[in-house]
Design a binder for this molecule. Structure first.
Ligand SMILES: C[S@@+](CC[C@H](N)C(=O)[O-])C[C@H]1O[C@@H](n2cnc3c(N)ncnc32)[C@H](O)[C@@H]1O
Length: 225
């Protein structure tokens, strides 16, 4: 079957991912999430990491003794994740196809984390509903999203190609989209899904282009009522 552009792109990116995210882009979201969430998590907790990449976000939780199941669309990302960390299980899957098909029971996970992924998912409301279904009552949901900010050129559109704003456009990066939300929109979705907000903080997710333009994200930790 033909690969989705995002899969093809991430397969190519995988061997460089840790180097570029820690270097040039200064991607700090995994550390942000760990700092906010770690104290709520216990050894042995079962965690679902959607879009796990090379395992940057899972690392602290695996070290704490949690059982982390990682899901990613890119087999190359998963290979690296498996070499670097002791994931409980790793599955290749496109989360846009619906989380129900993964076959996990409802109320199964103590924690679901989704870091640096939801900006690439078209139907945020649908996936959030599915994430909440998989989380135990009293369990935690931790995710990041890219902010929609009216007065910032690179973040003022609700949807735009990832490559927009680059000095020299990279064709692949123009082929898939980034979806942005305001904090109020996300809050409404959480209310609908009976998620109590524990933390909601703005941060610079990464720096774009050689001009180092900050791209603002939000980290959200919520608890299922
Ligand atoms: C920016 S990386 C974030 C990786 C990791 N969560 C972290 O914080 O370092 C985005 C990851 O999401 C994965 N991804 C994007 N769209 C996906 C989809 N529809 N289904 C599963 N994984 C997806 C990519 O392959 C990539 O590994």
């Amino acid at each position: 079957m033909k690969k989705k552009v995002i899969e093809e792109y991430n397969d190519k990116l995988a061997p460089l991912y840790d180097k570029v995210t820690k270097g040039e882009f200064k991607w700090i979201a995994p550390k942000k999430v760990a700092k906010k969430l770690l104290s709520f998590v216990k050894r042995g907790d079962l965690i679902l990491d959607l879009g796990c990449g090379t395992g940057q976000s899972a690392e602290s939780f695996i070290k704490k003794g949690c059982k982390v199941i990682g899901i990613d669309i890119s087999s190359e990302m998963l290979k690296i994740a498996g070499k670097k960390h002791k994931f409980w299980k790793l599955y290749k899957y496109d989360i846009e196809k619906g989380l129900k098909n993964l076959g996990f029971k409802r109320n199964f996970f103590d924690v679901v984390i989704v870091v640096g992924v939801l900006e690439f998912v078209k139907n945020f409301k649908k996936i959030m509903k599915e994430i909440v279904e998989l989380t135990k009552p009293g369990g935690y949901i931790a995710f990041t999203y890219e902010l929609l900010i009216k007065n910032r050129k690179l973040q003022s559109k609700r949807v735009s190609p990832l490559g927009e704003g680059l000095l020299k456009p990279i064709p692949k990066l123009l082929l898939f989209k980034v979806y942005r939300y305001t904090s109020i929109e996300i809050q409404k979705i959480l209310n609908k899904n009976k998620i109590k907000k524990i933390c909601n903080e703005k941060f610079i997710g990464y720096f774009k282009t050689k001009k180092k333009i900050p791209i603002y994200y939000q980290v959200l930790i919520g608890r299922k009522c």
